[in-house]
Design a protein around this ligand. Structure first.
Ligand code: PHE
Length: 338
């Protein structure tokens, strides 16, 4: 028996085929259930005990040699395959997977693009803010009840260090350092101490707009908003509902007329045809004074919108959590968008 095994070891050593099919045949022959090794191990019972040690060693040697051979040949064949691919320049290249832009970024970029065309440039500010820029300078003094409109995250129990609750803080930062006229747009993350649900999140995105110049009027604001909704949604009918923000006077909420042409329209607009898209107003003279701009000389408007909400309207995404869960099945649907 030992000679038989020696012969097989030699056979294994000689074997040098590199085709996958032949390697597999070789494996079946030696290592499969019905292969040579199993038969030999079965015969091992009948080996006289004084020979058992040698035969056993030889058998293990054979088994190991066969396994190693297969491993080596497989690696070799893989390498050959790679080599062939490299050398054949006529073969089509391997497709490399391309990611998709996040819907928040798609919508943000579209909004920026629209306002760029009418002279708005970008400006940003920190997400960790102080009380002055997020509240006080925006005409929300300490005792002001409107502070309740936004539940604030404070950093380390210090009431002067907080996560900004809106991008309106960037208005202040910009106006403190620039002389009018200017037109700016400020996209960014904002934070509010709210429970996470389909409708609300503790972090979301806003875009702020600010225009200050001589003789800017409410009519300019309305015209700008109308231009914006036409460009973004293809809808020019808007209405301005009186509202309240401490930093604008007068203030309004902007609704766009979506129409009632489909069942979805009915559902989205709760049967009214109108959808709320942002808040806006004429910059309050107190705010201008806070940043040393003379309200007798200059006036302007500001607006702020939630990007998640705009994306919801454009793509009919009705659960805000989808934006932040990184589920590829969701994200890949935006592959064709710029
Ligand atoms: N900052 C307001 C908000 O977060 C939106 C807004 C911005 C309103 C600018 C008017 C002017 O709700």
């Amino acid at each position: 028996m030992i000679e038989k095994i020696q012969k097989l070891i030699e056979e294994v050593a000689r074997f040098n085929q590199q085709e996958e099919k032949q390697i597999e045949e070789f494996r079946l022959k030696f290592l499969s259930k019905k292969g040579i090794l199993n038969d030999l191990f079965a015969d091992f019972k009948n080996v006289p005990s004084e020979e058992k040690k040698d035969v056993g060693q030889a058998l293990n040697q054979l088994k190991q040699a066969a396994a190693e051979k297969i491993e080596a040949l497989k690696n070799q064949s893989k390498e050959n395959e790679v080599q062939r691919n490299v050398q054949d320049y006529t073969k089509p290249g391997l497709p490399s997977p391309v990611g998709a832009r996040h819907p928040i970024n798609i919508v943000k970029n579209r909004i920026i693009e629209i306002f760029k065309r009418i002279g708005f440039s970008l400006s940003d500010g920190p997400e960790i803010e102080d009380d002055w820029h997020n509240f006080t300078a925006l005409n929300l003094p300490d005792y002001h009840p409107a502070r309740d409109m936004q539940d604030t995250f404070f950093v380390q129990q210090n009431p002067d260090v907080l996560l900004r609750t809106h991008t309106s803080s960037v208005q202040i930062r910009y106006m403190e350092n620039h002389q009018p006229p200017f037109r700016i747009l400020s996209p960014g993350r904002v934070y509010r101490n709210e429970a996470i649900s389909a409708r609300s999140h503790c972090m979301f995105h806003q875009i702020e707009g600010l225009y200050i110049d001589k003789e800017v009027s409410f009519a300019d604001l309305k015209q700008t908003l109308q231009y914006f909704t036409t460009e973004l949604f293809g809808k020019s009918k808007i209405r301005l509902r009186p509202s309240y923000f401490p930093f604008t006077e007068p203030s309004a909420e902007v609704d766009v007329y979506w129409g009632l042409n489909s069942e979805t329209d009915y559902r989205m607009t709760k049967g009214t045809g109108w959808l709320e898209i942002m808040g806006c107003g004429m910059v309050d003279p107190n705010v201008l004074k806070n940043v040393s701009i003379n309200p007798e000389e200059y006036s302007g408007f500001a607006f702020g919108m939630g990007i998640e909400r705009i994306a919801l309207l454009l793509y009919q995404i009705d659960d805000i959590r989808l934006y932040f869960e990184n589920d590829l099945r969701f994200l890949q649907q935006f592959q064709s968008e710029r």
